[in-house]
Design a protein around this ligand. Structure first.
Ligand SMILES: Nc1nc2c(ncn2[C@@H]2O[C@H](COP(=O)(O)OP(=O)(O)OP(=O)(O)O)[C@@H](O)[C@H]2O)c(=O)[nH]1
Ligand SMILES: [Mg+2]
Length: 353
């Protein structure tokens, strides 16, 4: 037994881990904060959790502002709670440098479940994420997974590249649209179409929901025929869907209508999510996705460590400063200097601490 001085970093970490392992909510919240803000020891925590990961299902909900993602998330969470499952909700806003506003809004919307000890809610924004928001989202989800949370719902606002990166951290990606999205359907980012395992047309109580569903299904190649020529389909996906329509190894994203505000259709979403997860398991896609994520994780860590070790090394910085005169004079160039710097820094890069 190694003894540690009370109050030392080691003993505090040991206490946190013991509390975490015994299922204390406060320890979960603390571990999430450490990881989210990449505080000292965050990588040790994540490393320790690694072998326990993979139990939770990670479900992404992405879509334009105000589509009803939080409302749908709350309804799904309630449904999972009724089934005896624990739920984590990670609300990510890549457009916001603060969490305050988003947190407040989400708290109010999710008020009905926020007090349930079986639900853990965290809002995240760009602040304090060195490896990018997608990386810290994944890390936070790992903590929730290690804690034993059954379903993790990842809500992301927007339709841009960073939202796509965040969506890719989920096992299943749901794209939430509303009838008002109909006019812009042709301009919807192709990437959004590619990552969607499930489409939800929310606010089905408003006019135009059926029309949007038809357009989406046409685009996905779910429907063919007379009306096809009126709406350009997504060529890649439509061709794939047609080629594999009989194939059990192919997944064609269902398009579901919901009125999240009243809960209508949310049960079907939960069923579709289960179906997609079963599909991932039986086809081996789940293992493939998770394997790819592990590979990406190693690359991320390598890049982060190289960067921080190199640029916090005084000798490397001094050496580079000394090269500036030659660079200015044109007797060398940035590319040769970079190669030289890497060659002489092998020791720095491979030394931890
Ligand atoms: N009519 C109607 N309104 C809805 C429905 N679902 C949600 N809303 C309303 O739409 C508004 C936005 O809902 P949110 O759940 O906050 O949407 P969101 O996508 O999470 O919004 P952001 O996180 O701000 O992007 C709220 O006023 C909801 O009450 C629905 O099915 N029908
Ligand atoms: Mg929201």
């Amino acid at each position: 037994v190694t003894s540690t001085a009370p109050g030392s970093t080691d003993s505090r970490e040991a206490k946190l881990l013991a509390d975490f392992d015994s299922g204390q909510q406060a320890a979960l919240a603390r571990a999430v904060s450490i990881v989210e803000n990449q505080r000292a020891g965050f990588d040790r925590l994540l490393a320790r959790f690694q072998s326990t990961l993979g139990r939770a299902r990670r479900i992404g909900l992405t879509g334009p502002p105000g589509a009803g993602k939080s409302t749908l998330t709350t309804q799904l969470a309630r449904m999972y709670r009724d089934a005896g499952l624990t739920v984590g909700i990670v609300a990510v806003d890549p457009t916001s440098p603060f969490t305050g506003g988003a947190l407040l809004g989400d708290r109010i919307r999710m008020e009905s479940i926020a007090l349930d000890p079986g639900v853990f809610i965290r809002s995240m924004a760009t602040r304090g994420s060195l490896g990018g928001l997608a990386a810290s989202t994944r890390d936070v989800c790992d903590v929730l997974d290690a804690f034993g949370i059954d379903r993790i719902l990842i809500e992301t606002v927007g339709v841009g590249q960073s939202e796509l990166d965040i969506a890719r951290t989920a096992d299943t990606s749901t794209v939430v649209l509303v009838p008002e999205s109909g006019d812009s359907i042709q301009t919807l980012k192709a990437g959004l179409m590619e990552i969607a395992d499930l489409f939800v047309v929310n606010k089905a109580d408003r006019p135009g929901a059926d029309r949007l569903r038809n357009e989406l299904e046409l685009m996905l190649g779910l429907r063919s025929g007379a009306t096809m020529k009126n709406v350009p389909s997504h060529p890649g996906r439509a061709a794939r869907a047609a080629a594999h329509s009989e194939d059990a190894d192919a997944w064609t994203p269902p398009v579901l209508l919901t009125t999240a505000a009243s809960g209508e259709g949310v049960g079907d979403v939960a069923t579709a999510l289960d179906r997609h997860f079963a599909f991932l398991e039986t086809t081996g896609d789940l293992a493939r996705r998770r394997r790819a994520r592990l590979r990406e994780r190693v690359r991320d860590v390598v890049e982060a460590r190289v960067r921080s070790r190199l640029w916090t090394d005084a000798a490397t910085n001094e050496w580079l400063d000394a090269k500036l005169t030659d660079l200015e004079a044109g007797t060398t160039n940035p590319f040769d200097v970079a190669d030289e710097l890497l060659a002489r820094s092998a020791k720095v890069v491979t030394t931890s601490g």
